[in-house]
Write a protein that binds this ligand. Structure first.
Ligand SMILES: [Zn+2]
Ligand SMILES: [Zn+2]
Length: 144
């Protein structure tokens, strides 16, 4: 059997294809290491550590990385945090609070329902809630 295979094993084609295979695995290994570095970097998960792990343990290291890597890209997390903060800001900007007890009040409350502090006055003409400092009603132009 060995004698039969010998000419094949020694042939230029076989040696060449074996070298190509080796080259392929080296390229694949480098690509895998590089991909892991990029992916871990985007997810904010110790890119050098994971690139090194994949470099040393190859596919085994890569599979471990796939299992325990953070599920989201760091960019997405940051974006979502910004979105939430913007929404919170919008909410607090809309929400007025009583200057006396700091409880939330609607913009058309005449008094604070919690501490009874006078917040606004009704327009003498249209009865819309006006700020205490306003001397004219902006809705119906009546002087107060
Ligand atoms: Zn109050
Ligand atoms: Zn008015």
């Amino acid at each position: 059997m060995g004698d039969l295979l010998a000419p094949i094993l020694d042939s230029r084609e076989f040696i060449l294809s074996r070298q190509l295979c080796t080259l392929f695995f080296i390229v694949f290994h480098i690509a895998l290491t590089f991909w892991t570095y990029r992916d871990a970097d985007r997810r904010g998960a110790m890119p050098w550590f994971w690139a090194l792990t994949v470099f040393i343990f190859d596919l085994a290291g890569w599979i471990i990385y796939l299992v325990i890597r953070p599920p989201e890209y760091a960019e997405d997390v940051r974006e979502r945090d910004l979105e939430i903060r913007a929404k919170e800001n919008a909410l607090t900007r809309q929400m007025e609070t009583c200057p006396n007890c700091q409880k939330p009040v609607e913009s058309d409350y005449l008094i604070c329902p919690s501490c009874m502090k006078r917040l606004r006055k009704p327009c003498i003409e249209c009865e819309k809630a006006l700020k205490l400092s306003w001397t004219v009603c902006p809705y119906c132009k009546t002087k107060q």
